[in-house]
Design a protein. Sequence first.
Length: 195
Amino acid sequence: MNRRPPRNVPSTGGFTLVEVLVALVIVAMGLAALMIAVSSTARTSGALRDKTLAQWMALNRLAEVRLNLVKFGQNTDTGELDFANRTWHYDTRYFDTSIATMKRVVVRVYAGDAKTKGNPLAESTGFLGTSVLGAPGSSNVDWTVGSTAPAGAAPGTVPSATAPGTVTPTPPPGIGPALTPEPAPTPPPAPAPTQ
């Protein structure tokens, strides 16, 4: 029997064990970095959701105070509420201002019940009093002063004499009673050419 002598044949395919291990380490580091980024994004999204909900509750509380739905105490008012399947608590404080009939109202909203300590997630400030509004939904400014026609004047006519205390608005320059604009000014003549 003739045996052939063995030849040194280079390997034509496959990876060595060291190459496979290095590739796995690189993939594992990439996946770890990806997981850290995803968890950070989820945490940030949750924090923004909580801040948004807290701001809504603070603005709702300011509206309740302005409408006097809940009578407030002298300087502070606290309470708990359930919103978005969570428990929240708020702290409403009333501060005097330089105007005797007006108070500054500050509402702070915290996550958790009243026993939970921490920084407020949202804070809103508003004003309350007769110096701001006479009644809810009304204005204390009389917008009709100076803009009403005297009794008996026909619509679209300009009265010859105005009643005392009324102001007749003057139209802007160039606009007359018929709302026709003034003609555009003509440019000055060009100087004569010199020879």
